[in-house]
Design a protein around this ligand. Structure first.
Ligand code: 5GP
Ligand code: MN
Length: 343
């Protein structure tokens, strides 16, 4: 059964804000993933169905394997079209902030938003949101922000407005943030929601193929290269590391999105509880992705060593420096967390 776990006073406040607004902007985090796009597109489609203007603004582009998503062509990518995005932000009378907990997670968009008096509604499942939202619907126990969007619509009494397109977007968010129900998805309510989505007419197997069976040949070759040449196993720490330099990325004609999900793979090695993927995005900047299983808090490692954060089992950050420096930081983190990794 579905549970009314979102505070009903917040739902009432949200209904009030919705009644008063005409021009909404839905914001989601930098380097948006399936949940960021799924939750944002679902909410924007709902708002449009209610007769509002609604635009999704993302700080930078979404990965190509999400290009099939309903209405994604209408998304405004800030770093590709700064003037148009700023115009839309300035004209909005309500902001929805989805799948992030701090304005710093939306890069330059956050600076624009911080200067505007427009009310902000947070719907998110990351820990400890900043205190900069007028309504804060923050549920770290939720598997995804998409799940929360479903809950909010349902609690508002608007479940009937969820059509097949909205349901596809919500399902995509739930499916991607749980690794197709491999983690963070042990609550039975998740499956009641999935059942509701299926009753709206989605083809869940098709969505799976669109997202996960949609890679390029170059990605497969890159994957082989990384697993064979670039994967390091640290059995004494139950950990693994994959690195990819900018030159290697270019050599394999890899595209944005081609490295998606690779950080999870070393967790398939028996005993590995902590996995790190270091990708040199450009010379001098290394992007950090961390994953863990059970109780090992990789977000603490992200905070302490990589100026980042995230969830207990999925987090990230960056290193302003060389790949060697990033690797050294990772090795230092292993030594620092040796007890937690081996107990
Ligand atoms: P990914 O490895 O997929 O890029 O990121 C996994 C998760 O880590 C994201 O969903 C997000 O919660 C968190 N994350 C990634 N990068 C950062 C960052 O730079 N700062 C913070 N606070 N969280 C991050
Ligand atoms: Mn999410």
């Amino acid at each position: 059964m579905l549970v009314r776990s979102v505070d009903d006073r917040k739902i009432e406040n949200l209904k009030q804000l919705l009644a008063e607004c005409t021009d909404c902007v839905v914001l989601t985090h930098s380097r948006p993933d399936g949940d960021a796009m799924g939750s944002s597109l679902a909410l924007s489609l709902f708002l449009k169905a209610c007769g509002k203007k609604a635009t999704v603004v993302v700080p930078n582009d979404y990965p190509p394997f999400l290009a099939w998503m309903p209405s994604i062509a209408d998304v405004l990518v800030y770093d590709k079209n700064v003037a148009a995005a700023e115009e839309v932000l300035k004209n909005a009378d309500l902001f929805f902030c989805l799948d992030f907990n701090s304005l710093s997670r939306i890069d330059e968009v956050g600076k624009v938003v911080a200067e505007l008096p427009t009310k902000r509604v947070l719907i998110d499942h990351h820990l400890a949101p900043d205190n900069v939202f007028d309504i804060s619907i923050s549920h770290p126990e939720a598997c995804s922000t998409a799940e929360l969007v479903f809950k909010v619509l349902w609690q508002m009494g608007e479940a009937d407005r969820i059509d097949a397109s909205i349901a596809e977007c919500i399902y995509t968010g739930i499916m991607t943030d749980t690794g197709n129900f491999a983690y963070a998805s042990g609550r039975k309510e998740v499956y009641h929601i999935v059942a509701e989505l299926i009753s709206k007419g989605i083809d869940k197997d098709l969505i799976y193929r669109r997202v996960f069976y949609n890679y390029s040949f170059s990605r497969m070759r890159l994957l082989g290269f990384m697993m064979y040449e670039k994967l390091r196993y640290f059995p004494e720490y139950n950990a693994a590391l994959i690195t990819l330099t900018y030159d290697e990325f270019m050599r394999f004609h890899a595209a944005k999105g081609d490295t998606e999900g690779i950080v999870n793979m070393p967790l398939q090695i028996k005993g590995v509880r902590f996995s790190c993927f270091l990708r040199e995005e450009m010379p001098g900047k290394v992007n950090v992705s961390l994953r863990s299983v059970d109780d090992f808090p990789c977000n603490k490692v992200a905070e302490k060593f990589f100026s980042g954060g995230g969830h207990k089992n999925a987090s990230g950050g960056e290193v302003r420096g060389t790949m060697d420096e990033a690797v050294q930081l990772f090795e230092k983190a292993l030594a620092d967390y040796s007890r937690e990794l081996t107990e």
